[in-house]
Design a protein around this ligand. Sequence first.
Ligand SMILES: CC(C)(COP(=O)(O)OP(=O)(O)OC[C@H]1O[C@@H](n2cnc3c(N)ncnc32)[C@H](O)[C@@H]1OP(=O)(O)O)[C@@H](O)C(=O)NCCC(=O)NCCS
Length: 143
Amino acid sequence: MNIIEVDFATPEYDDTVRLRHKILRAPLNLDFSAEEMAKEFTDIHLAAYDLAWILRGCLVLTLKTDKVLKMRQVAVDLDAQKQGIGQAMVRKSEAIAKVRGFERMELNARDTAVPFYEKLGYHTEGGMFEEVSIPHFKMAKDL
Ligand SMILES: CC(C)(COP(=O)(O)OP(=O)(O)OC[C@H]1O[C@@H](n2cnc3c(N)ncnc32)[C@H](O)[C@@H]1OP(=O)(O)O)[C@@H](O)C(=O)NCCC(=O)NCCS
C-alpha cells in the first residue's frame, strides 16, 4: 500500500472526493456542498493506493491550531476494509503531523468507528453528539 499526500483540485484529489462520497455520504443520502469543498484548499489530503495504483482509502487533515490537527473523512473502500489500510493511514497521518510540529490529533468518530480509533491510542472526550444525522464521539490523542 502506498499512502501519499495529494494536492487539492487535482485528479487524484477528485478520486478521493468520489471515494469519500461513496463511503461516507451516499449511504446517508447526503452530498458535499460547494462551501465545504472550497474550504479543503488548506487541508492535507492523504490517499492510499494499492499495488495496481487503485485508490483504496483516503482521509483529510484540517489545521485547528498551530499545534492541533483534526482528522476527518476517514474512508476505506468497501472491499478493502479490515485489511489494515485504515490503521496505516492513521499512523501515516500521525507521522506527518509530528514532523510538521503538531502535538495533538483530534477527530469526531462515528460510534461504530470508536473501537477502531481506540486500538490506535485515541480516547473519547465527552459524551455522544449527533453529526450528519448519526451518533459521534469526540476523540483525541497526544502525539
Ligand atoms: C472505519 C474504517 C476507516 C477502518 O479502516 P479499516 O481499513 O477497515 O480498518 P483496519 O483494517 O486498519 O483495522 C484496524 C483494526 O481496527 C479494527 N476495526 C476496524 N474497523 C472496526 C470497527 N468498525 N469496529 C471495531 N473494530 C474495527 C480491525 O479489526 C483491526 O483490528 P486488529 O488490529 O485487532 O486486527 C473503515 O472500515 C471505513 O472506512 N468504514 C466506513 C466509514 C467510517 O466509518 N469511517 C470512519 C468515520 S469516523
